[in-house]
Design a protein around this ligand. Structure first.
Ligand SMILES: [Zn+2]
Length: 427
């Protein structure tokens, strides 16, 4: 397997730090960022690497040589003039195999690259980008993705204030098929995400690969410091998919947002006080924050799937404004009791995803690899608490007007209190 790392960046925003050392050679825990990447590639079976260099190229070449010492073959492409993130790939076109991985030399990452590659193959994708939510989606370029992973647009910042979106941004790693280089221009400085990707969408199969694993750029001195802390604490390595993660499953209505009858329109969705703060606490403590909600109003024909998705975009947008991140949102549109007038028969079926069924939790486990016994279910109904128990999660009850008969391990009055309990207990 072949990889290309774009390591020619100048590090203009790094100040003194980037003057004599190329950005990818900055140290994280006793090793340059680039060496962390090279060792990660080797551990996932990559045998061939091209390093695109420019600024201070000899420093990089001296460190890595032909790669033999590291266990793979390294060649170099030295850019005479920096051509954005795409120019070098276009010039390398003849030497590239059918498929290859592209990394940025200033992104520190620890992810399962085999799984990423397999997803690209499985989807018959021509371009697959790693995507994740971040804590500042309002000033990030956003990836617009369908539930099946198809990327159909990139929204570049700034965003209109009334826009609701999924919190998904480009994480800085791609698998590309060589034929996609036809979208790249020779000798023209272009940025892949801003200039090329939007053109590809709609003309070729482009997919997003959502992962909660660690990918963070070291583009400013502050981010470099954060990455160093995450490395030292072991947080960075623990986020690799091979380690089961702790998660908090959240019910939606009555826990995150005000429950005013059934919330069937996005206009009626309103965050509860402290919900964003609570989710942010879970984010900061390293828990995955995952919504699992029953939305039978689809089956009852009170709203469409699209409207549920719009509501969830609003939820992610409102939370994102306060720096709170949801790692995933699962919903069950079904309802088992068929035979009511006006219902939507397609969704009037018994299913395993409707809580207290455990289908949504099982799906999340397939997507994220979750340590159930160290994880929680926060909800305001018997269905939530039963689903939590059946899944091996620790149930936390948020008191509601609805009486419950199920016993929870802990009771509280809000998501914020639940998060304080969970992060206190987890420390
Ligand atoms: Zn269902």
């Amino acid at each position: 397997m072949k990889a290309v790392i774009l390591a020619g960046g100048k590090g203009q925003r790094m100040g003194e730090l980037g003057r004599d050392v190329p950005k990818p050679m900055l140290d994280i825990g006793g090793m340059p960022v680039l060496e962390h990447q090279v060792r990660l590639l080797v551990s996932y079976g990559f045998t061939d690497l091209t390093l695109v260099t420019g600024h201070l190229s000899p420093v990089i070449e001296r460190h890595f040589g032909d790669g033999m010492e590291f266990g793979l073959h390294i060649s170099y492409f030295v850019e005479k003039t920096p051509l954005g993130t795409t120019g070098a790939l276009k010039e390398l076109e003849q030497d590239l195999p059918e498929e290859f991985l592209v990394l940025y030399g200033d992104v520190m990452l620890d992810m399962d690259l085999q799984r990423f590659w397999r997803y690209h193959k499985f989807k018959n994708s021509a371009c697959t980008l790693a995507v994740h939510p971040n804590s500042h989606p309002f000033d990030s370029d956003l990836v617009v993705m369908r539930r099946d992973g198809t990327v159909f647009d990139v929204l570049c910042k700034p965003h209109p204030p009334e826009l609701y979106y999924r919190n998904l941004v480009n994480a800085g790693a791609y698998v590309l098929s060589r034929r996609m280089l036809s979208f790249f221009k020779l000798g023209v400085a272009q940025d892949f995400a801003r200039d090329v990707l939007p053109q590809m969408c709609g003309q070729a199969p482009v997919y997003g690969y959502q992962t909660p694993e660690y990918l963070k750029d070291i583009g400013t001195p502050e981010r470099l410091e954060q990455v160093r802390r995450d490395f030292e604490s072991g947080h960075l390595a623990r986020m690799n998919r091979r380690f089961p993660r702790r998660a908090v499953f959240l019910d939606r209505d009555g826990v995150i947002n005000r429950e005013a009858g059934l919330v069937t329109r996005s206009e009626d969705f309103e965050l509860l006080p402290g919900a964003a703060e609570g989710i942010k606490k879970l984010n900061d403590a390293g828990y995955l924050a995952i919504v699992a909600t029953n939305q039978p109003s689809v089956a009852k024909n009170l709203c469409s799937i699209e409207e549920v998705e719009r509501t969830h975009m609003k939820m992610e947008t409102l939370l994102g404004r306060e720096g709170a991140v949801l790692d995933a949102v699962y919903f069950c549109p079904h309802h088992p009791e068929a035979g009511h007038p006006g219902e939507n028969p397609m969704y009037k079926i018994p299913c395993n995803c409707r809580k207290p069924g455990t289908g949504m939790i099982e799906q999340a486990n397939r997507d994220f690899n979750i340590d159930m016994s160290a994880s929680f279910m926060v909800g305001d109904s018997d269905a939530d608490l039963q689903c939590g128990k059946k899944s091996g999660l620790n149930p936390v009850y948020v008191r509601s007007s609805r009486p419950v008969s199920e016993k929870a391990g802990h009771e509280c009055d809000s998501l914020l209190q639940a998060a304080e309990f969970i992060t206190g207990a987890g420390a």
